[in-house]
Design a protein around this ligand. Structure first.
Ligand code: ARG
Length: 465
């Protein structure tokens, strides 16, 4: 990066001394906003095209501008472009370089435009492309979940409430719960995209411009559905960045919850799953260790994305209309959110389909902790005993089981009948884990049949995206 005096600055005219060297660095954003270059150039090309069609530029001038911008794009892509801190940001760097390359015509590009509507346009375009990448990653992860859920549709594991054994569930059902969280995330992302997809270009500094611009044209050229409706709002609005970051914080929260379960399940104490070695690392001191670093890191990275959401909300909360330099602070939280969520979705998308379920330990664990106690209570209700009484009866039989170290299904019929004479031989059908899960056979229930139905509905949903 080179530093120059004020003569290079497009706004240098009214200034009588060069910018303080520290202030120059302090106010510059080019270190981080250069990643907007591609969309900045696309926005400029649309603007120049429109200026030519309304007669503000000649066709020859427009063509020179476009050709110049395209050569700059190539140079940036090939790492040949020299960014200057003195030129503050990506917008002024590219514009100054354009003028260097094509001469006086370059100075006409900024007619009827301001960096305020320019940067608002650039971020929307950039984020829109990233949203499309993230949407694909989300879908890939959901496909991975369906793949494992189908394979494990009738694999039995303990279901928990309060992390205490509650009732048996199928592993496929548990994975489909994660799938549902991500489906809601996907629909939130699409909502965000819809509201984001409007063009602020033409709002200029804040009030609009005196040139006969055609905002519909630039909106259409850039793939926006329509121009934004109020110029003051257009240059100051960053709701789309907040909405996106809120979406991301919630996805990360979901991935973090799943990570927590993966970490627990991969422990020797649970031993429900095996994560492939390629997603784990070892310890430099303890030779036996295989650590679930990937889910741990995803869980850890959730904090920074939630932090970015708070940063952006706080950034906006006291800003008067319209644009303020504060807004330059929107970029780092937003960019880091995008990078983080892409990495985390990728990690999960690769890891989930490679996960192995340890059926035996899952099954054995589901048998412990009286997980079919509710099934016994329901059995008694079907035989005419009021639920509160059957709850009491089963509670007593559980207490007996704890004292005798016996599960309900390990007790003899005579032992069970000591608690209620209505119990008969057929009780053992409901006391098995298989009987328990199969009996919950309704929409949203854990029965393998319902899991398979839910998977086929989900596959249809994904195919319609
Ligand atoms: N780098 C600035 C930003 O990111 C661009 C807009 C600057 N506008 C201005 N009037 N100083 O917000």
């Amino acid at each position: 990066m080179s530093q120059d005096d004020n003569s290079v600055k497009p706004w240098g005219g009214r200034f009588s001394e060069p910018t303080d060297a520290f202030v120059e660095r302090f106010t510059a954003s080019v270190d981080f906003d250069q990643r907007l270059y591609h969309h900045d150039i696309n926005g400029s090309i649309a603007h120049a095209t429109m200026l030519a069609s309304v007669g503000v530029l000649t066709d020859a001038e427009k063509n020179d501008i476009i050709t110049g911008l395209e050569t700059i794009r190539v140079d940036i892509e090939q790492g040949r472009f020299e960014w200057s801190v003195a030129l503050e940001d990506v917008h002024m760097n590219i514009e100054a370089e354009l003028t260097k390359r094509i001469g006086i015509t370059g100075k006409k590009l900024h007619t009827g435009r301001s960096r305020n509507d320019q940067v608002a346009t650039d971020i929307r375009l950039y984020l829109r492309d990233e949203i499309d990448v993230i949407a694909k990653e989300l879908t890939r992860l959901q496909e991975g979940l369906l793949f494992i859920a189908e394979r494990e549709a009738s694999t039995i594991m303990p279901g928990f409430t309060h992390l205490q054994t509650a009732q048996p569930v199928t592993f496929g059902h548990h994975l489909l719960a994660w799938y549902e969280m991500l489906s809601r995330d996907y629909s939130r992302l699409m909502d965000c995209r819809t509201r984001l997809n409007q063009s602020p270009l033409g709002a200029a500094a804040l009030a609009g411009t005196t040139y006969p611009i055609n905002r519909e044209q630039t909106a259409a050229l850039l793939g926006f559905t329509q121009p934004t409706r109020n110029s003051l709002d257009s240059v100051s609005d960053r709701d789309f960045a907040i909405e996106f970051t809120a979406f991301a914080a919630l996805v990360m929260t979901h991935l973090s919850r799943a990570s927590e379960e993966l970490v627990l399940w991969a422990s020797a104490q649970f031993n429900f799953i095996d994560l492939p070695d390629r997603f784990c690392t070892g310890s430099s001191i303890m030779p036996q260790k295989k650590n679930p670093d990937v889910p741990e890191l995803v869980r850890g990275k959730t904090g920074r994305v939630t932090g970015h959401l708070i940063s952006l909300l706080t950034l906006m909360k006291s800003q008067p209309l319209a644009y303020n330099k504060d807004n330059q602070e929107d970029k780092e939280p937003l960019f880091d959110t995008i990078d983080t969520i892409k990495d985390c979705l990728r990690a999960f998308g690769d890891m989930i389909p490679a996960l192995q379920a340890n059926k035996e330990p899952m099954y054995e664990s589901a048998k412990r902790g009286f997980s079919t106690a509710t099934d016994l209570a329901d059995y008694l209700v079907r035989r005419g005993i009021p639920f509160r009484d059957s709850h009491e009866i089963v509670g007593k039989s559980v207490a007996y089981g704890i004292a005798e170290n016996k599960d309900l299904s390990d007790m003899t019929l005579t032992e069970l009948q000591a608690f209620s004479s209505t119990i008969e031989q057929d009780v053992f059908e409901v006391l098995t884990l298989e009987g328990s899960v199969a009996a919950r056979n309704h929409i949203g229930g854990t029965a393998p049949e319902q899991v398979l139905k839910a998977i086929s509905t989900a596959k249809k949903e994904l195919s319609e995206r």
